[in-house]
Write a protein that binds this ligand. Structure first.
Ligand code: SF4
Length: 158
């Protein structure tokens, strides 16, 4: 997955809230059940293999979560770090999870490398697409939102 053409390993980080249509994109998991929680696939499946099977009119991100390379021109980049997972971390995890999900992306995951289990406890509830157009989702998704704004929102009980 992260191998250069000359065979050497390259340190490519992967975004677990990635794009569906990049050449390297893979399916990370399937949205399922209450709140569109993600059920992770045991092995990566190329996104290109499944996109054609999604009915017209349904956004692929509505039913699947994708992973793609973490890129330097991403709006969420803060230097080398991901600003999105830093915002997500401010929001309490929905349940007091003790175990992290089984996930094929972990060895390459930008969020895991940056935030560890704090990221994994929140990851299943993250929406690539704002399917629930609620205020918190919009705030977290906005790269302009500050940590202080999120903490105020959480403290106020939403
Ligand atoms: S944050 Fe954790 S659960 Fe989510 S993709 Fe990364 S390693 Fe997997």
């Amino acid at each position: 997955m992260d191998r250069a053409q000359d065979g050497r390993e390259t340190p490519v980080a992967w975004c677990p809230s990635g794009e569906a249509n990049r050449p390297e994109s893979v399916v990370l998991g399937v949205r399922s059940g209450d709140g569109d929680q993600v059920v992770y696939l045991a092995d990566p499946v190329p996104a290109a293999d499944v996109l054609g099977g999604i009915p017209e009119g349904i956004a692929p991100s509505r039913v699947l979560r994708f992973a793609s390379h973490c890129v330097s021109d991403c709006a969420n980049r803060v230097g080398e770090a991901c600003g999105l997972i830093e915002r997500i971390k401010v929001v309490p995890a929905g349940t007091a999870a003790s175990a992290v999900p089984r996930c094929h992306l972990r060895p390459h995951c930008k969020w895991w490398g940056q935030a560890g289990v704090e990221a994994c406890h929140r990851c299943p509830a993250v929406s690539t697409l704002n399917s629930r157009d609620d205020e918190l989702t919009v705030l977290v998704a906005d790269p302009a939102t500050t940590r202080e704004q999120l903490e105020s929102w959480v403290a106020a009980g939403g």
